[in-house]
Design a protein around this ligand. Sequence first.
Ligand SMILES: O=C[C@H](O)[C@H](O)[C@H](O)COP(=O)(O)O
Length: 228
Amino acid sequence: MSINVKQLAAEKAVEYVVDGMKVGLGTGSTAYWAIRKLGERVQEGLKITAVATSVASEEQARELGIPLVGFGDIDGLDLTIDGADELNHDLELIKGGGGALLREKIVARGSKQMIVVADESKAVDTLGQFPLPVEIVPFAWEWTVAELAKLGCTVELRSSGDGLYKTDNGNYIADCRFGAIASASELAGSLQNITGVVEHGLFIGIAAMAIIGKQDGSIEIIEREYGE
Ligand SMILES: O=C[C@H](O)[C@H](O)[C@H](O)COP(=O)(O)O
């Protein structure tokens, strides 16, 4: 019988949450299990407050009775637990497969610590197999897509049903296929220089720990010192 490796990793991460913490709730099918476990612990008496990185995670947290606070009520978070689409051994990540990368990056950057939770298929030697999601403004999106393509990728504007996919912020997602990404930080710099780009899904120097669930029931932990 196959085990739920996403749940395995997510529930391990929730062990790092203690009373009094301000917690960032990630988005996606792995973060879902972390939020579910946090909800259970809150019902058992854990005292935390939280902010969510998407409308979907906010709704899940509310249903589970996790106390949510506004961004104006706190000046930062202790810990964010979130998934990833790809991660390498330096804890560089590709995120945004679910379209939540902008909110996720704001929340992760506002946290003292970010733990990534993933199944083993997400751990890679070189980033880039997964198309890099880039959030772009709808205005003149054709020109922004053309600028992205000049960086050496093929770009597909994400669709949803009959139309274009829109993020929780009302923007589009351009999925950019670069193939193997030699230097994530150089690419991040180039993406930031394109005016229509709101944010990209490369998370570099943000996560301190990854918890990876494996089919054999074991867990691998990758850690990185802040400032490395
Ligand atoms: O936008 C979505 C997020 O970055 C997710 O955390 C990421 O796509 C991983 O999602 P999942 O755990 O469903 O694979």
